[in-house]
Design a protein around this ligand. Structure first.
Ligand code: B12
Length: 282
């Protein structure tokens, strides 16, 4: 009988289909791997064997995914709290320790999207209701920048230069931290990141992209007031570089089904990691 088995590698759960076979030499059963299904949280019931897959296997998958989700949520909460405290108290050693522990237990994607960005969001909430000062927020921002810079880039072979992806924000947007969060997931896929930083005039970004001809442009939008400039930027980019993949994302798109309705422009309401899962390795 085929059943599911979970293996954890660097904090991440991966699913396998295994089967018990009789090992005559040892006189006992052993498990034989029948197939690899990928990251547990992304496995879909259609990937299970059988048409349709057995109810037992489907139930087992759903149960394992629920258990894993709860496990990850509890770990994320603990690390996010520790990270928030480190950032609020301006303690770089605590921030580094919290990052190391979170990376070990959760892996890269959850660390960036849930722990670090979650801690910055918590800081924003505390700032908004008067429990954190602007200076604390600014110090936290620079500590996050330093933390990400210290980690360096994951290595493609020396001298190799992958295809370029431009990461940018629309005119009027100064929330540039998400651009740094995009760098590692892109580099891990072998892309070269060109980060053009805060609020450039739309025409300037369009001209830059036209000469550079990257394979993709990721536009991060945090403030609702920047949605319209972002839309205009995406529209003009698609006009001048129609073969380039243009993706809009960020907090401004969350909690809304706001349709952008532009041909050739994608909206991604999740993390960079999830968004890039659909991109080929460079
Ligand atoms: C740090 C910060 C700042 C810093 C930014 C420094 C910098 N270099 O980035 C400074 C001090 C400059 C700043 C300024 C302001 N800020 Co501010 N800021 C924040 C804070 C605390 C953290 C933002 C952050 O970096 N988060 C970390 C990032 C990495 O996480 P993230 O945005 O969630 O991004 C993740 C996903 O959304 C996704 N993602 C993001 N982009 C993209 C793109 C694509 C393509 C994809 C696939 C995914 C994706 O992946 C990321 C990683 O997981 C937030 C609080 C919050 N809720 O976030 C307020 C916040 C964003 N700021 C706010 C405000 C109001 C302002 C100011 C207007 C304040 C003022 N009165 O001056 C100014 C505006 C400046 C401007 N014109 O842009 C509000 C925005 C309200 C709104 N919805 O419009 C917030 C929410 C605070 C609040 N609680 O009210 N801010």
């Amino acid at each position: 009988m085929v059943f599911l088995r979970i293996k954890r590698v660097r904090g991440r759960a991966y699913a396998y289909l295994v089967e018990n076979v009789w090992d005559a030499a040892r006189g006992q059963p052993r498990q034989k791997v029948r197939g690899y299904l990928g990251r547990l949280e992304q496995v879909r019931p259609e990937q299970l064997p059988g048409v349709p897959p057995s109810a037992q296997l489907r139930r087992s998958l759903a149960d394992k995914q629920t258990v894993e989700r709860r496990r990850v949520e509890a770990i994320v909460d603990r690390h996010r709290l520790r990270m928030t405290e480190g950032l609020l108290s301006g303690d770089p050693a605590q921030v580094r320790d919290a990052a190391r522990a979170a990376l070990r237990e959760l892996g890269e994607a959850e660390f960036l999207h849930q722990v670090l960005s979650g801690a910055m969001r918590e800081l924003g909430r505390r700032w908004a209701d008067g429990r954190a000062t602007i200076s604390q927020e600014h110090l936290a921002t620079s500590m996050v920048v330093e933390l990400l810079a210290r980690r360096g880039r994951p290595g493609p072979p020396r001298g190799a230069r992958g295809p370029e992806v431009v990461v940018c924000v629309p005119e009027g947007e100064y929330h540039t931290l998400p651009l740094l969060f995009a760098e590692r997931p892109l580099q891990e896929k072998g892309y070269e990141v060109v980060n053009i930083g805060p609020s450039a005039p739309t025409g300037s970004t369009v001209a830059f992209v036209r000469t550079r001809r990257p394979v993709g442009v990721l536009i991060s939008v945090t403030q609702l007031t920047c949605l319209e400039p972002a839309r205009e930027l995406a529209r003009r980019l698609h006009q001048v570089v129609p073969a380039t993949r243009i993706v809009l994302g960020g907090q401004a798109f969350e909690g809304t089904e706001r349709a952008v309705g532009l041909p050739g422009v994608e909206v991604c309401r999740s993390s960079f990691d999830r968004c890039l899962a659909a991109w080929p390795d460079a």
